[in-house]
Design a protein around this ligand. Structure first.
Ligand code: ZN
Length: 405
């Protein structure tokens, strides 16, 4: 090892102190010592260094009934920024976040193009704009994390495949690094992985074994095992939509028959409804209206949908024995008593799990996870906990604070 033991321990102590300050929002030196178990001299040296680096600041508490008013420490959240990008099909979302995960700017761009080169140039243009707008702060734009709705190679962070764009083997990270005219940390990550990470950081802090299932055009899953995102050998773990639940079933685009996402993702539900209601298509709003009207056909189809969803969940529960299962789905959000219905189907005495919940983050999960991972990397903390989750959502409602001035 290049670093000496002393330097290594110093680094560990620093990350423990930073993690604790982030988690508590405001904390005194004495409390820091108590929680971390570090002695007061160590706390004092580390805090002095963090003040010097401008990463934290001191405030005196307003009122304390007895004794001295303690000096409190907090993260200086506006000394640098991170950029989360959700590269979805035909739309790209950008969220600029401060160092405590609060969005300072959010925008959504709709695309006509599926052309890789064109989209790379668009990303570069936006990254450069955000970099310029953050240049007033001490650390500027620190890094960007891009969520991809497809598979990402673990080592090189290359895109292996994005089904809806039909992009195979694209080196997005190096293509961006080459075209961006300044030095920037860029990371590419699968959207379901980012979403599962966001669920833990913003909501389910203590849940180290968390499964996040996203039901949209297909089914994707982010798996957290013992507090870490489980990626598998290549980085492609979590493609649960292609778990076979009916060997004689319909042909899937992956080449197999009877994949889970042919039965429990949204396109199949909408197709079935359109067919039975004798309409060319059913839009999302029409679906919501039909649910509100308690239309019997919609209720019948939803029961079938939930039955197939539960079959896949049963299999996954047996694989992972998860503490928390977060279901991220607009269809499920709209339907009454959905969690009770799913639980009612999970009757096996073998399958055990802690809880099943609907995501509170919804479509923001990917981009919030992107920002959170960038922040965790910057502070080099082992774990990130943003406690006041109510203030963090929804991203889309936040207005411009630092840009366009
Ligand atoms: Zn398949």
């Amino acid at each position: 090892m290049v670093t000496g033991d002393g330097a290594y321990i110093k680094k560990i102590n620093r990350s423990l102190i930073l993690k604790t300050i982030i988690e508590h929002g405001m904390i005194s030196r004495a409390e820091l010592a108590k929680i971390t178990g570090l002695n007061k001299a160590t706390i004092s040296i580390q805090v002095a260094a963090l003040l010097e680096e401008d990463l934290i600041y001191e405030t005196q508490q307003e009122h304390n009934a007895v004794g001295r008013r303690p000096i409190m420490l907090s993260i200086k959240r506006d000394v640098g920024y991170v950029l989360g990008i959700d590269l979805d099909y035909k739309e790209i979302q950008y969220t600029l976040s401060d160092l405590l995960g609060y969005p300072v700017h959010h925008e959504k761009i709709f695309l006509d193009s599926e052309d890789y080169e064109e989209i790379v140039l668009l990303l570069v243009e936006h990254i450069q704009k955000y970099h310029k707008n953050c240049s007033h702060s001490r650390y500027g734009l620190i890094s960007t994390v891009i969520g991809i709705h497809g598979t990402v190679n673990k080592e090189e962070e290359d895109i292996f495949f994005i089904p809806r764009y039909k992009w195979h083997s694209k080196s997005l990270k190096s293509d961006l690094k080459e075209k961006v005219n300044f030095d920037l940390n860029i990371h590419i990550e699968n959207n379901a992985n980012l979403s599962s990470y966001a669920e833990k950081v913003y909501h389910y802090h203590k849940s180290d074994n968390l499964l996040n299932i996203i039901l949209s055009s297909g089914i994707g899953a982010g798996i957290m095992v013992d507090g870490h995102i489980h990626k598998g050998y290549h980085g492609y773990a979590g493609e649960m939509g292609h778990m076979i639940i009916s060997p004689e079933g319909a042909l899937c685009k992956c080449g197999n028959h009877g994949c889970w996402e042919l039965y429990a993702a949204e396109p199949r539900l909408y197709e079935q409804l359109a067919q039975r209601l004798d309409k060319p298509v059913i839009t999302q709003n029409e679906f919501y209206n039909l649910v509100n009207e308690k239309h019997p056909i919609v209720y019948e189809e939803m029961e079938i949908f939930i039955k197939y969803l539960s079959i896949g969940l049963n299999n996954i529960i047996n694989l992972y024995n998860p503490e928390t299962i977060v279901l991220n789905s607009e269809v499920l959000q709209a339907y009454p008593n959905v969690i009770e219905k799913i639980k009612g189907n999970l009757v096996s005495s073998v399958s055990q799990y802690g809880e099943i919940v609907l995501s509170k983050l919804g479509k923001d999960a990917c981009i919030m996870g992107a920002c959170a991972i960038a922040i965790q990397n910057f502070f080099e903390v082992p774990e990130l906990i943003f406690s006041d989750s109510e203030k963090h959502i929804p991203f889309t409602n936040h207005k411009i604070e630092i840009l366009n001035n």
